[in-house]
Ligand binder design. Structure first.
Ligand SMILES: [Fe+2]
Ligand SMILES: [Fe+2]
Length: 450
């Protein structure tokens, strides 16, 4: 029963999506100031705390097969809200017998250091200052996305990884099924390994974990895009199938990083958890105007940014001599790369079928500047915590303004933006703006340095 309750709670992105299928009360922007939407986000943020608690308790109990639990969760989020419990194989989830019990002695460890609340990354929970333009795509363009559905089935859905071939968090974590002594030994080894990593590294890791773990926010965001949203919570439309599968894959990232952070003893989990609750409550404002052209520009950029960030975290973990954490970050980075491929492929296709609108959408998103998913986060104390987090990220070389310019350059080449021809006047101006932007960013960066 506990298992069932946890799985019910843990499919939270699904429920936030379901709530946002209700006409008249949906969160139209991802961070809508409408009271219906504020309630849904706050509800979601509360539910998320229950999930984390139940999942960690189950994990520590050693009484369930966490690999089966995690796979079931991935299937459930992928399926959406009409999930059939026939997938829920009780005998396979429960362990045949509880692991041998011995007394776990609580030890006071001198190696665990608590970070100051600086890691509780934040910004106020109030609604964003940016004026939120909505539904900027002309209705006749909906037809384009409808007509692309067979193409999505053939070209995007194959980029999902079958659940049975996916890694699951438990494969990287101390194994609670081995009995308390062995488990304690593995946790001790984990704590020993992380001693070589700096406090700044942990701030970054918390930032990454919070970014991943605010997943209900992102599934809601994708479902604000006109023409591709999941209209029912389990829509058979290929756009919606991709979003749910993507969400189910992403869910493992936050789960793994959070448990690793928890076991490390290096961070103030109470602050981390409060920050997560604030962040889910605040939502996200990327300025995509419910416009799928702009939305997919954002997701392309964002997936590449997370690919680079997790990759840099893997490199730093290797230097800090935690090979397990290096493998964790590297494995997550590989997922992000596959997601990046999906979204860049969508933009490639849109450039083929509707180059003018797509070019203008790329320029619009770049003019607004791509904001990181956690830009509205808040820890209840420091209104500038997101800036502090960004400064550390820049300082550690995990994600910098140079990366921003390089990502843009990468897409200019990948999408062959400079070669686009026969554009309308507005689209040509958009092309000039985007293609000239990396140089401008570099110039500004050099001036700031000097
Ligand atoms: Fe992720
Ligand atoms: Fe991703």
């Amino acid at each position: 029963m506990l298992e069932g309750n946890m799985l019910t709670e843990d499919a939270l992105p699904t429920y936030q999506t379901a709530n946002n299928t209700f006409d008249g009360v949906r969160n139209e922007t991802g961070s809508s100031p409408c009271p219906w939407a504020i309630w849904t986000r706050a509800w979601s943020a509360e539910e998320n705390q229950l999930i984390d608690l139940l999942r960690t308790y189950l994990y520590l109990s050693g009484r369930v097969d966490m690999l089966m639990v995690e796979k079931t969760l991935q299937y459930s989020i992928g399926a959406g809200i009409t999930i059939s419990f026939s997938q829920f194989n009780i005998p396979s989830i429960l362990r045949a017998s509880p692991p041998p019990t011995t007394t776990i002695h609580r030890r006071k460890t001198t190696s665990s250091r608590r970070l100051s609340p600086v890691l509780a990354v934040a910004s106020p929970t109030t609604s964003p200052s940016r004026h939120q333009v909505t539904h900027s795509m002309p209705p006749e363009k909906l037809e384009i996305f409808k007509s692309l559905e067979p193409w999505v089935s053939e070209n995007i859905l194959p980029l999902r990884k079958p659940v049975e071939k996916c890694w699951q968090p438990i494969e990287f974590l101390p194994d609670p099924s081995q009995g308390p002594e062995q488990f304690e030994e593995e946790v001790r080894a984990l704590r020993q390994r992380v001693l070589g990593l700096s406090d700044e590294y942990f701030v970054m890791l918390v930032g990454n974990m919070l970014t991943e773990d605010a997943l209900p926010t992102y599934q809601t965001l994708f479902n604000t895009f006109d023409g591709v949203r999941d209209e029912t919570g389990s829509s058979p439309c290929p756009w919606a199938i991709w979003t749910r599968a993507w969400s189910a894959e992403e869910n493992r990232h936050g789960d793994l990083l959070r448990t690793y952070l928890y076991l490390s003893g290096r961070v103030d989990m109470l602050m981390v958890e409060k920050t997560l609750q604030y962040s889910i409550g605040a939502g996200i404002d990327i300025g995509a105007e419910n416009n799928p052209y702009m939305g997919f520009v954002y997701t392309s950029f964002q997936e590449r940014a997370t690919f680079l960030t997790h990759g840099n975290m893997a490199r730093l973990a290797t230097e800090g001599e935690d090979p397990v954490l290096a493998r964790i970050c590297g494995t997550i980075a590989a997922d992000e790369k596959r997601h990046e491929n999906a979204y860049t492929r969508i933009i490639e296709k849109l450039l083929e079928v509707d180059p003018n609108t797509t070019m203008i959408a790329i320029a619009n998103m770049m003019k607004k500047r791509i904001t990181m998913p956690l830009h509205l986060m808040y820890d209840g104390q420091d209104p500038n915590i997101f800036e502090h987090f960004s400064a550390i990220s820049q300082n550690q070389g995990v994600y910098t303004s140079r990366d921003y310019a390089e990502i843009l350059e990468f897409f200019i080449t990948k999408w062959e933006l400079e070669k686009l021809e026969a554009l309308t006047g507005e689209a040509r101006r958009a092309q000039d703006f985007v293609c000239g932007l990396p140089c401008k960013i570099r110039r500004l960066e050099n001036r700031a340095k000097n």
